[in-house]
Design a protein around this ligand. Structure first.
Ligand SMILES: [Zn+2]
Length: 446
């Protein structure tokens, strides 16, 4: 059911998705455990996991947790290294993604989608993941060559001849087949890329050629994987910021890494709605180690009909990237909320009201003195609890909200954390002052 942006009244279950980038523990010293997380959260599935160990995967199969398995442009050659069929710069040097250059990876080099050698290793690895009973394949960094054009690639021989053919087929029909873009760029004085403050001749055509190359590569790959599997396979990718470009549209599900500065409901709603229009699914992870922001992301994503991947084993962008930093959220903060969403939930009724209006919900009254602000109220109901999410447009002011309640109602403030608000409770109401633009409460129905 597509609930993106809608507030249907039927009950529904929200998906709970765990991502475990590797199967933990990864060594005897590793105190993390993927299976412990599975037993704690009972996720509907695991996505974006690198694992080729049949014994580890059998533990998930025994617990009936479907998993997608990840593959990326650094799939090694048969000898176990990223040597052949790799993205090359103008001078024939192999290229690693800029953000990975400090990670000290054994296999940093991206494959070139125009290289038959790389096409073969990528397909072979995909078949292997299908044989490991993955319900889907998750391509991590699906932009391949399209992305590499930003760091000066790919100029391998396959791309050079491919580009000449592309130009001939796109208007340059008198162009000689001997045309070599690499030599041409050198002849006009460009000997390394990217260059700043200078037009690179034919660059727009070159980028278009590389985008088309990736689309063709992934389309062929998808078809071959489906033929091989002889069962339905779901195709997932991380689509940065929730964009659905020509390349990402080859996939069924996108997982967007949201930067902190895009953590607002309108953005999430727009991305989720676009996915819905394209008949895709959009989920999110938040690239942050701030617990309160993760909680906020959790409510905002679920309120748009999407979901936040459980904030555990999440990539966090740091300025000094000697290695990828990862965040493992505190289970006491997140597990009860996921548990709630996992139950049969009647999705939110939404009401936007102006300042000083009085909202009469079925159980509570919210009286806000937020001046010239509008606030939105979202409700989620289960048999045990009601969740009320109050969103104010402005995050700069202090908000004062009074919620009328019955004497026996137990109210728990879930967001913001207690050190960021003040509250007073009496038998008939709770008054909360908070400075963030989001307040989330749980009311025990019993
Ligand atoms: Zn190439």
């Amino acid at each position: 059911m597509n609930v993106a942006g809608a507030y249907a009244q039927e009950s529904m279950r929200y998906p709970v998705i765990l991502s475990s980038r590797w199967f933990h523990p990864t060594s005897p010293q590793d105190t993390l455990s993927t299976i412990r997380m599975v037993e704690l959260y009972h996720p509907d599935r695991i996505d974006w996991m690198y694992c080729t160990d049949a014994k580890q995967l059998a533990q998930l199969q025994a617990r009936k947790v479907p998993y997608s398995l990840a593959i990326n442009p650094q799939v090694p050659d048969s000898a176990g290294y990223t040597v052949h069929g790799r993205v090359e710069d103008l001078n024939g040097r192999k290229l690693a993604a800029p953000w990975m250059r400090k990670w000290k990876l054994k296999n940093p080099y991206w494959g070139c989608v125009n290289s038959p050698e790389f096409q073969k290793v990528f397909l072979t690895q995909s078949y292997k993941l299908i044989d490991l009973e993955a319900y889907g394949l998750f391509v991590d960094d699906a932009r391949f060559n399209d992305h590499a054009t930003e760091w000066g690639g790919c100029f391998c021989d396959h791309c050079i001849t491919g580009f000449t053919t592309y130009l001939q087929g796109n208007g340059a029909d008198t162009l000689k087949s001997a045309f070599n873009y690499r030599d041409y760029l050198r002849s006009v004085g460009i000997d390394s890329l990217p260059v700043k403050n200078r037009q690179v001749p034919l660059w727009a055509n070159y980028r278009a050629f590389q985008t088309k190359s990736v689309v063709r590569f992934l389309t062929n790959w998808r078809k071959k994987v489906e033929d091989y599997a002889r069962r339905p396979v779901t195709f997932l990718t991380n689509n940065y910021g929730g964009q659905w470009t020509e390349i990402y549209q080859i996939f069924d599900i996108g997982v967007a890494e949201l930067p902190e500065n895009r953590l607002n409901r309108n953005y999430i709603l727009a991305r989720t709605s676009e996915a819905g229009r394209l008949n895709k699914k959009q989920y999110f992870t938040l690239s942050s180690d701030d617990e309160s922001k993760q909680l906020k992301a959790l409510f905002l994503t679920y309120s748009t009909g999407s979901a936040l991947i459980i904030p555990w084993d999440v990539y966090v962008h740091t300025k000094s990237q000697d290695s990828a930093t990862r965040y493992y959220g505190n289970k006491q903060s997140f597990q009860p909320i996921y548990n709630l969403f996992q139950q049969e939930v009647k999705p939110s009724s939404k009401t936007t009201l102006k300042a000083r209006n009085l909202r009469i919900a079925s159980m509570v009254q919210i009286n806000s003195n937020v001046k010239r602000d509008s606030i939105s109220v979202y409700e989620y109901e289960t048999t045990e609890r009601k969740i009320i999410m109050v969103e104010a447009i402005s995050s700069t002011k202090k908000h004062n909200i009074t919620i009328k309640k019955n004497k026996t109602d137990l109210i728990e403030i879930i967001y913001p954390t207690l050190n960021k608000l003040t509250s007073e409770t009496s038998d008939s109401s709770i008054n909360v002052q908070f400075q963030d633009n989001l307040l989330v409460l749980s009311i025990n129905n019993k």
